[in-house]
Each structure stands twice: as C-alpha cells, then as structure tokens.
Design a protein around this ligand. Structure first.
Ligand code: ADP
Ligand code: MG
Length: 552
C-alpha cells in the first residue's frame, strides 16, 4: 500500500535558516536594502513617465542614517511606497519578488528601467544583522501610511502610521553581535563598495562645502562655508553612457574614480556595449603591465544594473584578460550559481568570447591607426597579448596580424613582415626558416654581434611566457624554428657557408679547441674556433637549442 503526502514546511524552521545562510556575507544586507530603495524610486519614475502615477517627483534620493544611541540604521527612500495590501503581499510573503512581478506587468516599457531585484529574498537579509525590523511606508497612491514591525519570529504587527511624503523608511534594530553596522566608517565603506555607481543619489550625512568669498572680502577673512548633502555615489557612471558621448578625458576621469589610489594613467580603454543576444556594458582599461605574471588579478569589477556584485570575474572574463582593469555590467550573468557552472553556461560563454573579440578588435585598430604609438606601448601590453595568443585560438588568429616581434636593434616586425625579411637569408638546409632570438642583450652580445655580422635578424624575446609562445608558433606555422643566438644551429643556417680565411694554422686551431673542450669538461657543449666572422671572439661555445630548452 502506498501513501502520498505533502511535506509540511513550518515557517518557524525556515526563518533561522534564512538568517544564517541566506548569504554567507552579512554585509550585503545593505546592498539589498539600498537596491530595494533604488527599485522603488525607479518604479515610481517609470509610473510617472507612463502617466500612471500623478505625483510631483522632486529630487528623489535615498538617505542612510545611523542612530548610535538608539542602535538603529535607517534606509529612507522617496519611491513608490506600499499600501497595507502591498505590504501583506510583498513583505509577508517570503520569496515573492515584487520586482519580478513589476517587470512582468510592465514588460516592454520597463525593460530598460534598470530594476534590480529578482529573487524576492533580499529584504529578509535585514534579519542577518537586526533582531527587529520596522517598515514605515506610504504609497504614492492615496492610501494611509503603514507601520510594519517584525522581531525575527514569523509574527509581525501591522498598523496605520503617520507619514507625510510617499516612500519607505526601513529601520533596522541592529543586534548586539553586529554593532559594526552602527559605525559610520563601516557603513561608508559598504556604500562605497556596493553602491558607488547606483542610479539614484544616495545621501549619507552632510559635508562642509567651501564657497567663494563675497566681493569686497578682506584677504584674511575666512571663506564662507555651507553644509550640503554628502552624496556618496555617481548615478551616471561613464560605462552607462554611449561611447560617442565620451571624450578620452572622461575615460581617464572614470579610471581615477574607479581606482583612486592608482596614479599611473591607463594606456587605453575599450568600451563594451552590446544588447543582443545578451546585455552587457562596461569599460576595460589596459594598465601598464610588467613582466610579472603574478600580479593581482581581482581588478575588474562586475556589476548588475549598477550594483556592485564582485571583483572576482573568473569564469566570466577569459583568464588572460583578468590582468586588465575596469567594469563590466550585465544583468544576464547568473550569479546564484557556482563558478564551475558559470563556465559551462551558454550566455556566459558568449559574453566571454564577445569580450575577447572586442579586445582583439581594439588592439587591431590601435595598430592600424598609429603603428608607432602601438610599438611604443608594446612592452607594456605584450604580456596580455602573448598570454592570450597562447590560451585562446580565436585570439591567436586575430593577434597574429598585430603581435609584434622586436629586434635587438629596436625595430618591430609583425610575423608576416619578419618571415618575409628573413626567409631568403635564414633558411637552413632542411628548408626551415630559422628565427634567431636573444633573451638577454648583454649576456649574449657577442653572439648577437656575430649573427648580425652575417646579416641575420635577431629578435629580442624576453617575456616570461615567450618560450611557450615560440613552441606555439613552431607548431602552428609551417617550417619554422626558433633558435637562440648562442646555440650551435646558427652556424648551419646558410646552405653554402663561405670559406673563411683563417688567422690560425690547422694545428693551432686543433690545439685551442682541445684545450678549451678539456677545460669545459662537459660534452654537451661544442667549441668552434674562429666560427665568428667578426673579431669579437677567437672561439665560441655553443650548445644545441633542444638541450638548452630542456633545462629551462
Ligand atoms: P525583490 O527585490 O527581489 O523583489 P525583496 O525581498 O528584496 O525582493 O523585496 C520584496 C518586495 O518588497 C519588493 O519586490 C518590493 O515589492 C517590496 N519592497 C521592498 N522594499 C521596498 C521599498 N523600499 N519600497 C517599496 N517596496 C519595497
Ligand atoms: Mg530586492
């Protein structure tokens, strides 16, 4: 005999779970509440725009206040507010998202309204830091204000309240073990982290502004001051604008806004802006890069509708681009999932290849538009490009046209230019074109001099991943071999070596060779007497390229 039934989920059991595990990070409660306040403001703006709300909006802002004595934190908005019925529906019903419902109802017209919420759990994150939460709210509709109170048990009270202006005030009674959230500096830090670019002005206290001295004021009269709202955010960050609206100075200013402690200017920027088949905006910056691959990688910030989410973009941005700086903003990145799932997600994959393509296109146009300037930047950006060529085939194909190969003399070749130049002189007896390079100009200078005396081009390849890139090029190009200038292969380059007139007799040569070989005591090296056509050295010691690579 079988039975069927419904598991009875008691709310009493869920509440403590929400409190504890909803988010691992308690601090995000503020992000959630400010997001709700922002949504409420944007919703009212939208309703006013389509003529459904007939109210004087005024200068809508969100205000955050700390009351240390009362141990309360207040989040006050001038958004659409709630009627009693709406509080019943939106607040008392856990996991019912009013944001989703709003977007569903106003589908097409509200598509670009920037509304944030969607899980319907954000509000309850307040209970992670508060043992009691109050809502005082008045709808823009002509309805009495409402006062809702809940102490974290499933029981709440709801009553009429006095409130003049439409909008909502959330009052958190901060619990004793979360008192850090009553510190002004901590709240300011959180607002700066999560809300710095949110679309509605956020006021946190006031600041003193110095005014112009009035005309006729004396030299040592103090300048007059006034108290003004301290707005902590920039509601219109550069990435939300069209590239055509921005000058290069605007991009630089935004970089400084993002990284106030960074004094070096970025080399260039890439504005991302796409709305099909996914939504993504953002600005990426190429900072000056060193050859150190271990540089800090959490420098690109991820936003959703201007709300900061994370600075770990692993899985969303291809790894070689995590060395860049900047912002990406996309509502289409699923965030409530694990990183490994993210990497398999179709939308995320598309986003990742879009970003890769945009970066490659930008580099290509920089190269085409001003090759000289591109060459000057090469050393500061090559690490990213070389890393990208190694890790992404698509990027390799594009970068192959603008990746540069510098010579020891300071000129730069593209791959095609290089091969065209060296093919006639640097092809060995197996028809392989030998790309000669040095890794250290000082240490290898006599080998370089000798190779140049023979009319060869010598590249200077010194980045830490270049040996991998050489292997990659050797396998993807036909009949190519990289050979370091101090390797014994250099001598086999030219098919018919010209006769050299020796200054030493054969016996002298033999004796010299023998003496040096014995001194070396290592059969992995070859000693060649008078192998150099310059007078730089009477003999040279070389080893096979493969031996040297094995040791690296
Ligand atoms: P979500 O934001 O995902 O919809 P929340 O749990 O954050 O879910 O909020 C639930 C609902 O409560 C919101 O959708 C909204 O209808 C209502 N709400 C929350 N805060 C406010 C507010 N400040 N003003 C008006 N309505 C609010
Ligand atoms: Mg929310």
């Amino acid at each position: 005999m079988s039975q069927q039934g419904t598991i009875n989920v008691a709310v009493e059991n869920i509440f403590p779970l929400i409190k504890k595990f909803l988010y691992s990070d308690h601090e995000i409660f503020l992000r959630e509440l400010v997001s709700n306040a922002t949504d409420a403001t944007l919703k009212l703006q939208h309703l006013a725009r389509i003529g459904e709300a007939k109210v004087e909006l005024g200068d809508q802002k969100i205000e955050i206040k700390v009351n240390k004595e009362a141990k309360t934190l207040h989040i006050i908005d001038q958004g659409l507010g709630m009627t009693e019925d709406e509080v019943q529906k939106y607040i008392n019903d856990i996991a019912f998202s009013g944001a989703e419902e709003f977007l569903e109802k106003y589908k097409d017209s509200a598509k670009d309204s920037g509304i944030i919420g969607h899980f319907g759990l954000g509000f309850y994150s307040a209970f992670m830091v508060a043992d009691k939460v109050e809502i005082i709210t008045k709808s823009y509709k002509d309805a009495p204000a409402v006062h809702w109170t809940c102490d974290g048990s499933p029981n709440y009270t709801i009553e009429e309240a006095q409130k003049e202006h439409f909008g909502t005030e959330i009052i958190l009674h901060i619990s004793d073990d979360e008192t850090e959230f009553l510190e002004e500096s901590r709240i300011r830090e959180l607002l700066n982290k999560y809300n710095k670019f949110m679309p509605v002005p956020i006021k946190f206290g006031t600041r003193t502004e110095t005014l112009e001295k009035p005309e006729g004021a004396k030299e040592d009269d103090p300048a007059p001051t006034q108290e003004v709202d301290d707005i902590i955010n920039n509601p219109n960050p550069a990435w939300t604008k069209q590239p055509t609206e921005l000058e290069s100075e605007d991009y630089k200013n935004f970089y400084r806004e993002l990284y106030p402690m960074q004094f070096e200017e970025p080399l260039f920027n890439i504005h991302l802006n796409v709305d099909y088949p996914f939504n993504l905006t953002g600005i990426l910056y190429f900072p000056k890069m060193t050859n150190d691959l271990n540089i800090q990688k959490d420098r690109i910030q991820l936003y959703q509708n201007q709300v900061f989410v994370t600075d770990n973009v692993e899985g969303i941005v291809p790894e070689f681009l995590t060395m860049l700086r900047g912002v990406i903003d996309s509502p289409d990145i699923p965030l409530n999932v694990s990183r490994s799932y993210l990497q398999a997600d179709g939308a995320v994959k598309k986003i990742s290849s879009y970003i890769t393509r945009k970066v490659a296109d930008k580099l290509k146009s920089l190269f085409n538009d001003d090759r000289k300037a591109f060459e000057e930047k090469w050393n500061d950006i090559k690490i990213v490009i070389e890393y990208g060529m190694l890790s992404k085939e698509k990027f390799f194909e594009k970068a192959d046209k603008f990746a540069l190969y510098p010579t020891v003399d300071g000129s730069f070749f593209t791959w095609d230019e290089l091969i065209e130049k060296i093919k006639p002189t640097q092809t060995d007896k197996d028809e392989k074109t030998i790309v000669l390079y040095a890794s250290n100009q000082e240490e290898q200078h006599s080998y370089i001099a000798s190779a140049k005396a023979k009319g060869y081009e010598v590249l200077l390849l010194d980045s830490p991943i270049v040996s991998h890139l050489m292997q990659k090029l050797e396998t993807s190009k036909e009949k190519i071999q990289f050979v370091r200038v101090d390797s014994d292969h250099v001598d086999n380059l030219i098919k018919k070596e010209e006769e050299q007139i020796s200054k030493l007799s054969d016996e002298e040569k033999e004796a010299l060779q023998k003496a040096i070989t014995e001194t070396l005591g290592d059969s992995n090296y070859t000693v060649q007497v008078e192998a150099m056509s310059s007078d730089a050295a009477p003999f040279i010691i070389t080893q096979p390229e493969f031996m040297r690579r094995m040791k690296e």
